[in-house]
Ligand binder design. Structure first.
Ligand SMILES: *Cc1c(COP(=O)(O)O)cnc(C)c1O
Length: 428
């Protein structure tokens, strides 16, 4: 998603091999860039986007059969020196694509301010069967036809990856307005980071994790709201942020024409968020936590002429075959000294006790609680093949009834439950 200008800047700052994995050096390298370098780079990117939007708009208008005058007019829309907001998404309800339009007159004032103008590039696409989504497209299409904003607001149709690429490379601020808690991630906001774009977004998805006041702007309060009027309250927040913080900060220039606070924000966002919300980081994490252990596990299974693989297959077949015969005997719990002591009888039939684990389960009340508490195999029950007593004690700070004994498959080399989806709960 990085622009040619970003590519050049990053190469200058971090060297040719910057994508090979070492992002530790990145914050230091970004700190070395001068304010003028950062601001020049943003200017190039914005200019490229304005060029692109004009060309694309001309094509769009001529394909729609607009007259020559109108098509030509598209050459003069937008301005490479004006604060550029980007707002592009699939127009589905939870994304609230009409939020910026909710107070249309206020938006017109924002865009057409002569001293500190703002321009808006909107792109969107609705599923053909999503009636509401299509209404949003129509609302935006109507808005950008208003004469007061014709040069300041552009609606680009057919939002796709090619268009997204140009947008995320050029915008100064990326706006995202999903309704919490529906935003799984919000990847488009991450795409602007490497290009020095800033985010103004709902505190949901990635932004709930990434946001800090020195990096960008946030709407919402990080909680879910179902009361009537909440959307309106967030709309108010959005406009107020734009009017009182975003626009003034962008146009607050020093003698050299550089908005120092804005550049400082870009610097923080580049240095802190790019390394974290990047596919570099993601891939390294997948590699270390999943792919490499999986590859090592594969080698262990296939070594020694598949000894372990065969053992696991026998284990799984045995489990499937004998699982239905598992049943419970007496269960007893005694509470003393702040602990609950469980004693449960389990009949495993012909299944080896080494093939399973018997444990207590209690829904974790916090991430710190394990939820699972192993029971220990005590003695074999007399007069029954495959019958065993299992014992163990657990913290007494919750009711004993909240712990439920269960039998699950167990093997040091197997992934349970992925490879053996079996479970036998103690009857309620
Ligand atoms: C990145 C991208 C998306 C996803 O954006 P979100 O912010 O995650 O919803 C959707 N469409 C296109 C064309 C994209 O490039």
């Amino acid at each position: 998603w990085d622009s040619p200008w970003a590519d050049r800047l990053w190469t200058e700052a971090c060297g040719k091999e910057r994508w090979l994995g070492a992002h530790e050096r990145l914050p230091g390298a970004v700190a070395q860039l001068t304010d003028a370098q950062v601001w020049d780079f943003r200017g190039m990117e914005r200019r490229d986007l304005v060029d692109y939007a004009r060309r694309r708009l001309q094509r769009q208008l001529s394909q729609r059969g607009e007259d020559e005058e109108t098509v030509k007019g598209a050459r003069d829309v937008l301005d490479p020196n004006v604060l550029t907001l980007g707002f592009a998404r699939r127009f589905t309800e939870y994304k609230r694509p009409a939020m910026l339009l909710a107070q249309a007159e206020r938006l017109v004032r924002l865009l057409s301010n002569a001293e500190r103008p703002v321009q808006l590039i909107i792109a969107g696409k609705a599923h053909p069967r999503d009636q509401l989504g299509r209404t949003f497209v129509q609302q935006w299409a109507q808005f950008v036809r208003r004469p007061e904003v014709r040069d300041r607001a552009v609606f680009l149709e057919d939002y796709d990856m090619a268009l997204a690429e140009d947008l995320v490379q050029g915008v100064d601020v990326w706006i995202n307005t999903p309704r919490r808690p529906w935003e799984a991630s919000g990847t488009s906001g991450m795409k602007v980071l490497v290009n020095g774009g800033l985010n103004l977004s709902e505190l949901d998805g990635w932004w709930a994790e990434a946001y800090a006041p020195e990096l960008g702007w946030a709407i919402g309060d990080g909680r879910e709201h179902f009361e009537a009027g909440w959307d309106a309250a967030e709309t108010e927040q959005l406009y107020t942020l734009l009017e009182q913080q975003v626009v003034p900060e962008f146009y607050d220039r020093d003698a050299e024409g550089i908005p120092r606070r804005w550049v400082a924000r870009i610097r923080e966002s580049l240095a802190r968020l790019t390394p974290q919300f990047s596919s570099n980081r993601m891939l390294a994490q997948y590699l270390e936590q999943f792919y490499l252990p999986a590859a090592a596990g594969y080698r262990r299974r296939t070594g020694e002429r598949l000894r372990l693989a065969r053992e696991l297959r026998t284990w799984i077949r045995g489990l499937r075959h004998h699982w239905p015969a598992i049943h419970w005997g007496n269960g007893a719990v005694e509470s003393r000294d702040g602990r609950h002591c469980f004693r449960v009888q389990v009949y495993l039939g012909e299944l080896s006790p080494d093939a399973v684990a018997v444990e207590l389960y209690a829904e974790p009340r916090s991430p710190a609680e394990p939820g699972r508490y192993p029971l220990r195999r005590d003695h074999a029950l007399s007069g029954a093949a495959g019958g065993f007593l299992y014992v163990g004690d657990v913290p007494g700070d919750r009711a004993a009834a909240e712990y439920t004994p269960r039998v699950v498959p167990a093997h040091a080399e197997a992934l349970v439950p992925a490879e053996a989806r079996l479970i036998r709960w103690y009857p309620a």
